[in-house]
Design a protein around this ligand. Sequence first.
Ligand code: MSP
Length: 638
Amino acid sequence: MKHYITTPIYYVNAKPHLGHAYTTIINDILNRFHRLAGYDTYFLTGTDEHGDKIVQAAAQANQTPQAYVDYISGLFQKAWPPLSVEVNDFIRTTEERHKEVVARFMDLVNKNGQIYFGEYGGHYCFGCERFYTEKELVNGLCPDHQTKPQFISEKNYFFKMSSYQDWLIDYIKKRPDFIRPEGYRSEVLGFLRDPLEDLCITRPKTRLTWGVDVPFDNHYVTYVWFDALINYISALGWPDGEKFAKYWPVVQHTIAKDILKPHAIFWPTMLKAANMPIYRHLNVHGYWRVGQSKMSKSVGNVVEAMTLVDKYGSDPFRYFLAREMTFGLDSDFSEDRLVERYNADLANDLGNLWQRATSMILKFNEGLIPISLPASDDESWYRRLDDLKSIYESAFLSVNYRAALNAVWDFVGYLNKSVDVEAPWALAKDPAKKNRLDTVLARFAQGLAYIGSLIWPVMPKTAVDIWGRLGLNPNYLTLDFRKIFAMLPYDRVIDPGQPLFPRVDLTGETKPPKSPKPASKPPEKPVALPPGIISISDFQKVELRVAEISQAEAVKGSEKLVKLRVNLGYEERTICAGIAKHFTPEELVGQRVVVVANLAPAKLMGLVSEGMLLAASSEGQLALITPNRQVPLGSKIS
Ligand code: MSP
């Protein structure tokens, strides 16, 4: 199964803000959900870099358009990794690969007889980069910018969009989930009740040169929307690319309602005119509002996403956005609301569950997950999990992020309640109830492991953390809970670790939960140490961790080196160790070892080594350093 998801490509006339972050994050969540379900996925974002708006912004910044777009596009590219957004490609409309496809697409539509040359006079809004009809203006002003459009009359090329009106109405009517949620589908059908006009798709170079050249007339550049929409296929290498053949048939676009018309009307008719398949879904969300108006640069009420991420962490930030907004409707953003949700859902519900369940496994079974025994109520336990899985899946498949998270939090609530109902502390007092105690503790571990998987699309760092603490390898995160239960290690002590989400103080200064600021003490005077002696803080710089060797092979052309894959619980790494003369690869596989986990990678014999293995040497012999009892992979050594 395959899956292709796109964000709008953002204008580079402003820096990324919370609104852009929201669309990009929910797409990343959707993409990760499909990855978790085992799909082959492709996720695209990028920047829209042509048109009047950009030329004006560059002039204001006293820069050339190219220098300006390079700078702002760079800000967008850098914005996503700290938010745990992992894209497959980032497209820029000023790239050659894109411009070539735009020219080819225009040629094709022209050859298909769908473009003509004509004269047009209309009210042009530079902010929207489009002409408005008299009827669309509100008191003679642009409905979005409340500015007076300029009347422009000029010769241009036009796309025969009007001839697709009946086809489009029919196409939308036949597909209830083509544009979703339903409200936006009705809105589009509403627009289509009025006659559709042809679309002016060029701008004369006498007025604008910053655009893609029109292939059949070098006095014109392409209208920015006609150029921008094509990004969704140029990134796949249309028409020949292997990626195009693979992913185009399964594409879905996600946007906010501001750009509904170009996506729901221009784009499908453009695709139809090129005899291409139409996208599968258009997912449309509402606006984040701040203080009753849409957050936007022009209103001046922009919320910087990164300030919040630094304060609360990227996982809680992603969680808040996905859980708070009902997809399709507007939502009011406030930091207080974020803190409320953080404390209620993360610190209280999930954080407490983790704390209580793991401390009971520690207390009543020495930290080991009991082997789950057949129990009389197994059927209802598995039915609950099957139901959870199917509600979660169908919620994501219908882009209902909130419903998917509600289902997970209902389950968190159920487990929290079952701690009280089952009362493991009472079961532990009665040896006759040992089996029930084991079942209950095993279910806590199973439930937490499954929650770890289910929250991965939204909170990837927490998910990997939970899996590592339970001794599971996060490379195998999956939606299939039966598989997870089979992977749960029954011989490793779990690691309750630090609270998952320390509470944030609502009164006064909010305490950052992730990286607390050091108390302001006067700097200590450095103490002179005798030569060869290091301070405790020097030692603490070295991150030593327990790992397991999962693969070992000799390095060709080297007598000394062995190439190892080591599993650190939270990730796998390659380490090249100079131990070939002392151990055979077979002897090494399965060994628990200690590795330096924060060593800068080094290249040895053309291989990148990402760490170092510890061994003691004496009289020419080597001994590997290994923990003297079972501890979870990734455990820190201090
Ligand atoms: N360049 C066009 C899109 C071309 S796509 C072929 C564009 N760019 S934009 O920078 O203005 O981005 C608009 C998008 O940013 C919205 O559709 C939405 O995804 C996101 N948002 C911007 N402000 C937002 C809010 N206040 N709330 C929610 N989303 C917001 O339009």
